[in-house]
Write a protein that binds this ligand. Structure first.
Ligand SMILES: [Zn+2]
Length: 201
């Protein structure tokens, strides 16, 4: 989210919200240091881990959506790739080991209303060796008929799971990109923007 800064991170002086020369949007500026602090969308990366006919979900131990089920995902850190971040988050939240060659890019979500981009990799688990990390109450594998659809934490997770169970019938898993936008009633609309050529997996 765009939250105005209060103090300059270099000199701890006051931040001025203004449009810098040559720019067209208001930014957080320190006039003393003559620097502009740009805020850009955050990337959230995760996996959709599959073991035989089941998918792995984590029950959230933290807000927002405490107690709801989600795929392992979190904010990318500086210095890592999207896949490295997704593998790290899967280890942290689910205690599951995921190997890069077992992963493929699967769903990408643009959420311009809240300045986020979500990216999920489809991955095969090699074992049922997992356990909840500090951000998860429990971690479990679910068959399609057992997915707690009413207890899914986020729309991006629900849509990714729906795609997976649909694609699985054809054994084809194309990469899809969606836009998620809130309308005036605060209802979230999901629009498929593009999908890759069919990809066997
Ligand atoms: Zn400063």
């Amino acid at each position: 989210m765009m939250r105005p800064m209060k103090y300059c991170q270099h000199c701890a002086g006051p931040i001025t919200r203004q449009i810098p020369p040559g720019d067209d949007k208001p930014r957080d500026c320190c006039l003393q240091c003559d620097v502009v602090f740009y805020q850009n969308p955050n990337n959230i990366v995760g996996t959709l881990p599959v073991y035989e006919d089941r998918v792995l979900l984590c029950r959230r131990a933290i807000e927002p959506r405490l107690g709801k089920w989600t795929l392992p995902a979190g904010f990318m850190e500086n210095g890592e790739s999207t896949l490295e971040g997704a593998i790290r988050e899967t280890a942290e939240e689910a205690g599951a080991t995921v190997l890069a060659p077992d992963c493929q890019l699967y769903t990408l979500f643009n959420l311009p209303t809240i300045n986020q981009v979500y990216l999920f990799f489809l991955t095969q688990l090699r074992s049922t060796d997992f356990n909840p990390g500090p951000e998860s109450l429990e971690v479990a594998l679910f068959r399609e008929e057992d997915i707690p659809w009413d207890e899914i934490a986020f729309t991006v997770v629900r849509v990714s799971l729906e795609q997976y169970f649909r694609d699985r019938k054809q054994f084809l898993f194309p990469v899809r990109m969606f836009d998620l936008r809130y309308d005036e009633q605060r209802t979230l609309g999901v629009t498929l923007i593009s999908h890759s050529h069919q990809k066997e997996w």
